[in-house]
Write a protein that binds this ligand. Structure first.
Ligand code: BGC
Length: 798
């Protein structure tokens, strides 16, 4: 049912008094104790220090005096980046391929910082003119694959390795992780994002940030917020309720901010309820700093927003990549009395507090030699850990090494490591699926393989299919035009089926920054050639009494319902990074027992997606506005509440062994006080070792606020359990974890009634449940009113 969301009575126009009382720093400044290079003769008198000792950035205590010593022009330059190579800027970057840098003021001891993308690995240029040394970075599995591990420890290990490359290649801040919500499967950049669920997204991002920052370099969580499509991303106005924002679109950021203290936050390109996010004080000051206590700095996305002065006022501390006219406008605004200089001082302080933590400031001598071999192993482990076994009827997988394999599909050779655009990584290599299997010891049908090689080589030599440089410049990887799936002759299939024990079909997709995917054949839908390949290979192999497995080398859901019954196994390998083939072989061989679970729903048909009608906005064709009518019912919250059966549900994933989840136990004598302790036992009931994920969902009672049928509230993964081994997993939930957002009260509230805790192996496969009650309505946390939509719109209700 769609209900009208009325405009809120109270004005959402927040006036922010930009006084120093708003400056959250957590650091008290004591000018008298400021250390400067020649402060060995520190004077006791504060005034004499300011007058006699040159201000120099040395530590937190020196920041205030450094700001005082900056001229207005320096201030206006410092809050604007130094430009981007290839986009009008020629900043003096030593790290070729870094996309941004900050303005240095040597006389005050302020160094230039270097910023480079993320999130699947550090994106820098691998070669430099006149040098033989290379600067390849490791391409890790895409974020969606990492989320499918349901294992923050894996994400943290990847973060540690990425952060080491950031540090050793001389970069200060990684522009990652990205944690927008998979609102709709067609978002071209979903591969960079974790999940449709904010708890998974937040926990994974926090783990990644902690890993990156353990190296003494910074992470940047992006794109803040509600940036869930590429269509018209620089101008689209996202209209969304305060509740959906707080519970879905901001929640992951809140978790990441609180659990990992990222050095920086990148505001997004879009408008949010009428205002560019980078110019949105409600978002960047009221919510981020006042409600959540954030103490790092905020930067714009590249060329985002349209008013540098409004960006400064809103709390967007730094403008990236930066153009000189922006500094000029900022300076003029202060001179003309349109902006108080204290606004600039506040923003500069936020940035300098991070500057003093950077390798550049600490004069770290980077080696340019990160341990790429060790990181490749981390990438391989993570990739295998994130693969999801969607189907395995009668266990064709794992495949023993003595079996002969015939492989179909172009992507067995042209395996996709990740998506395109700023989320690409210039890796030294990508191991193809067929090479990974060969190296893993499998005998591959050579005749078929040769036919594929010849086909691909022939097409790639034609102009339209030649691999080109990305239109965005050589730092953005390669543009690989998709070639049509190789047509298969019946005789080719028949002979391979006689010569082989099992058939494997690889289906691949790539998407990226700048465009959304489409519900067309060859993209969201299978092409006719792909359908035919699946039908014909399956029919022929089954006729011979042989099995067929499909490997999906994709970055986000595709249509599966029309073909999945024809094949015996489906392994969702995602876009697994540079170690793709090796990781696939690890899972295919059973060296790694798959334990990945979907963190994003695979619908039966696209129209089953809650946002199918509103994505990517109106007017159709060239949208200006996108209204999130589905409100809080995103992904599985929609499927479970409105009984829309997905093809593969959120949380789903098989194993080569089997598990029982039982002995659910909750404390609190069935009445909630302030903490709910939940425990459940996992037992490996099969014949192979493996890991299982326990998912804790809660069904909350409808009260003044209606609730989704289930919401994920906690999750945990067992260690590798041997057959019959058991492990007790324990969870603790507090009132905030269980609360919903009440727009009328501007508060997180826990409504009275009976709550059901459900532990299971997916959002639909609930193993046990238990209830507890909440006696009376509780206001768990009051927050500031912010971001109320200014227009009326329909929102989905039960
Ligand atoms: C992307 C950001 C990226 C930046 C710098 C933008 O187009 O949206 O995610 O960090 O470019 O490459």
């Amino acid at each position: 049912m769609l209900k009208k969301l009325k405009k809120k009575k109270k004005s959402n126009l927040l006036t922010i008094t930009l006084t120093s009382s708003l400056i959250l720093s957590g650091i008290t400044f004591d000018i008298a104790s400021a250390q400067s290079p020649d402060s060995s003769t520190v004077q006791q008198n504060q005034t004499s220090i300011v007058q006699t000792t040159p201000s120099f950035l040395t530590d937190a205590a020196s920041i205030e005096s450094v700001i005082q010593a900056m001229s207005l022009e320096e201030k206006a330059k410092f809050v604007v980046g130094v430009g981007m190579p290839g986009f009008g800027g020629t900043p003096p970057f030593e790290v070729t391929g870094a996309v941004g840098g900050t303005f240095g003021i040597p006389r005050l001891g302020i160094p230039e910082l270097r910023l480079a993308d993320g999130p699947a690995g550090l994106r820098i240029r691998p070669t430099r003119p006149g040098q033989t040394q290379t600067y390849y970075a490791t391409a890790f599995p895409i974020a969606t694959a990492l989320a499918s591990t349901w294992d923050p420890a894996t994400a943290e290990a990847v973060g540690q390795a990425q952060g080491n490359e950031v540090k050793e290649y001389g970069v200060d801040l990684l522009l990652a992780p990205a944690l927008n919500i998979h609102r709709n499967p067609l978002n071209g950049r979903n591969f960079e994002y974790y999940s449709e669920d904010p708890l998974i997204a937040g926990k994974m991002a926090a783990a990644m940030v902690n890993g990156v920052q353990s190296n003494g370099v910074g992470a940047t969580i992006k794109h803040f917020a509600a940036n869930n499509q590429e269509t018209n991303r620089n101008s689209i106005d996202t209209i969304v309720s305060e509740r959906a924002l707080r519970e879905i679109y901001l929640k992951g950021f809140e978790i990441a901010v609180k659990e990992s203290h990222p050095w920086s936050v990148m505001s997004s390109y879009n408008k949010l309820n009428g205002t560019y996010t980078s110019q949105n004080a409600d978002l960047l000051t009221t919510i981020l700093r006042k409600d959540w206590g954030y103490t790092g700095f905020v930067m714009t996305d590249w060329f985002g927003g349209d008013n540098p002065v409004e960006q400064m006022k809103a709390g967007n501390d730094m403008i990236m990549p930066g153009m000189s006219y922006q500094s000029e406008l900022i300076k003029a605004a202060v001179e003309g009395g349109n902006m108080d200089e204290s606004v600039l001082d506040r923003n500069i302080k936020n940035i300098l507090q991070i500057v003093i933590q950077t390798p550049e400031f600490k004069k770290y001598q980077n080696t340019d030699k990160p341990d790429l071999t060790a990181h490749a192993q981390t990438a391989r482990n993570a990739a295998a850990e994130g693969m999801v076994l969607l189907k395995n009827d009668k266990m064709p997988l794992p495949i023993s090494k003595d079996q002969k394999i015939a492989i179909f599909g172009n992507t067995q050779i042209e395996t996709v490591k990740g998506g395109t655009g700023s989320g690409d990584v210039n890796a030294a290599y990508t191991t193809s699926i067929v090479d990974g299997l060969k190296t893993g010891g499998y005998q591959i049908n050579q005749r078929l393989l040769q036919e594929y090689k010849t086909y691909i080589d022939t097409l790639r030599s034609q102009d339209q299919y030649k691999i080109k440089q990305s239109p965005w410049g050589e730092d953005f990887g390669k543009l690989i035009p998709a070639i049509p799936e190789k047509p298969l002759a019946d005789s080719e299939i028949a002979s391979s089926s006689k010569e082989s024990d099992i058939g494997i079909i690889v289906i691949g997709r790539i998407s990226g920054e700048g465009a959304d995917r489409k519900v067309v054949k060859g993209d969201y839908l299978l092409s006719d050639a792909e359908q035919e390949m699946i039908s014909k290979v399956s029919a022929e192999y089954h006729k011979q009494g042989k099995k067929v497995a499909v490997i999906l080398n994709i970055g986000g859901p595709i249509e599966v319902a029309s073909w999945r019954d024809k094949v015996d196994s489906i392994l969702l390998a995602w876009q697994p990074g540079q170690e793709a083939g090796y990781a696939v072989a690890d899972v295919i061989s059973g060296k790694v027992n798959p334990s990945g679970k979907l963190a994003t729903t695979f619908p039966v048909k696209y129209s089953d997606v809650a946002s199918a009608n509103s994505f990517p906005g109106t007017p159709v064709g060239n949208p200006k506005q996108v209204v999130y009518n589905e409100d809080i019912y995103v992904g599985y919250r929609y499927n479970t509440t409105f009984n829309v059966k997905p093809a593969y549900e959120f949380g789903y994933g098989l194993s080569y062994t089997s598990f029982d989840i039982n002995h659910l136990n909750i404390n609190e004598g069935k009445k909630f006080k302030d903490k709910l302790k939940v425990s459940a036992m996992v037992e490996n009931t099969g014949n192979l070792s493996g890991r299982e994920v326990v998912q804790v969902y809660v069904s909350a009672p409808d009260g003044k606020l209606e609730k989704p049928a289930v919401e994920l509230k906690a999750f945990g993964k067992t260690k590798d359990l041997k057959p019959h081994q058991r492990e007790l997993l324990q969870f603790e939930l507090n009132a905030k974890d269980l609360a919903s957002y009440d727009e009328g009260e501007n508060a997180w509230v826990l409504e009275k009634g009976t709550y059901t805790v459900k532990v299971g192996a997916s959002s639909e496969d609930i193993k046990e449940s238990a209830t507890f009650t909440v006696d009376h309505d509780m206001v768990v946390e009051k927050v500031n009113e912010a971001l109320a939509p200014k227009v009326e719109f329909e929102r989905l209700t039960k």
